[in-house]
Design a protein around this ligand. Structure first.
Ligand code: IPM
Ligand code: MN
Length: 337
């Protein structure tokens, strides 16, 4: 149990839509049971809120978040697909805005399913095709043009790569794989590879590899045991981490940490899965990914004992079956000492 001597961490909670609030509630129970001292502020945001009063994310809320220690998020997105929220509006307006404006430049996603899967993907989280560069020309004419650029700054790429080398240097296997598509994306891929090679010189103890993203898709499925730390860009990382989730037992187990490693603002912790509106409100969603994400939050806040208790309890997520609250009960029991 963590000491009561630590001051409470000020955590902003966005349950969001669909199963988001249910899984987040279990994550908070587990954190409390493990002894984390928290002061919570709940934010009613997401598609349901947007549909109710048109609010996506007020500037004042964003300003308030800058003063928090961390953010815990369930999932945001249309609670009933086909309703009035325009596609992707709250995902971009809340999730991506938060990642960009709070400079959460590392999206850290661990995948563990003993005995074969034990690796982590570090996804660049502020640039690439997600940056929103591009636009339409001659929209709604037969000659319409849409472009969507990929933004890769040396600064943005290098800091993400540097974080990945640190991570690999501290891992058991000291191995780091760069995934890109440099045979075709010759500008972005070249910048990534050069930044990678230059930082590698500072980490002689880390063994490195490069894979094209299409080949990596095969190896993720057929030989997941070859990976230790993987670093890649925003879009490749988005796709590869869904694949990795499937390989590691299902996306219900996939956790993530949107980190601002420089700590110029809070970091945000969320399951990789979405709002799953088809099973929302039925107490059947598996809360494990939210709980693992909460454990990552505790670790990032320096609460090593809480983080370790959750990591040990969730080491094999297949152990937990049952309803949302039953799995929550079992995890609460597992971390209570
Ligand atoms: C993720 C999600 C988001 C992304 C969506 C909801 C915008 O798929 O966190 O992986 O594409 O980053
Ligand atoms: Mn995704």
């Amino acid at each position: 149990m963590t000491s009561t001597k630590n001051p409470p961490h000020h955590v902003g909670v966005i349950g969001g839509d669909g199963i988001g609030p249910e899984v987040t509630a279990q994550a908070l129970r587990v954190l409390e049971a493990a002894g984390l001292q928290m002061e919570l502020t709940h934010y009613d945001l997401g598609a349901a809120r947007f549909l109710r009063d048109g609010t996506v994310l007020p500037d004042e809320t964003m300003a308030e978040w800058r003063g928090l220690d961390a953010l815990l998020l369930g999932a945001v997105g249309d609670p009933a697909p086909g309703q009035a929220a325009p596609a992707g509006l709250v995902e971009r307006g809340i999730l991506l805005r938060m990642r960009f404006e709070l400079d959460m430049y590392v999206n850290y996603r661990p995948f563990r399913l003993p005995p074969t899967v034990n690796f982590e993907v570090i996804r660049e989280n502020t640039e690439g095709t997600y940056a929103g560069e591009g636009g339409f020309l001659r929209k709604n004419t037969p000659n319409e043009i849409a472009t969507q650029g990929s933004v890769n700054t040396r600064h943005g790429v290098e800091r993400c790569i540097r974080y990945s080398f640190e991570q690999a240097a501290n891992s058991e296997r000291h191995h780091l794989t760069l995934v890109h598509k440099k045979n075709v994306l010759t500008f972005a891929g070249d910048l990534w590879q050069r930044a990678f090679d230059e930082v590698a010189v500072e980490y002689p103890q880390v063994e490195t590899a490069y894979q094209h993203v299409d080949a990596a898709c095969i190896h993720f499925v057929e030989r997941p045991e070859i990976y230790d730390v993987v670093v890649t860009d925003n879009l490749f990382g988005d796709i590869l981490t869904d694949l990795a989730g499937a390989v590691a037992g299902g996306v219900a187990y996939a956790a993530s940490a949107n980190l601002n490693p420089d700590r110029t603002g809070p970091s945000m912790f969320e399951p990789v899965h979405g709002t799953a509106p088809d099973i929302a409100g039925k107490n059947i969603a598996n809360p494990i990914a939210a709980v693992i994400s909460a454990g990552l939050m505790a670790g990032f806040l320096g609460e090593t004992e809480v983080a370790e208790a959750i990591e040990i309890a969730t080491a094999d997520p297949r152990r937990y079956v049952g309803s949302t609250s039953e799995i929550g009960d079992a995890l609460v029991a597992a971390v209570t000492r």
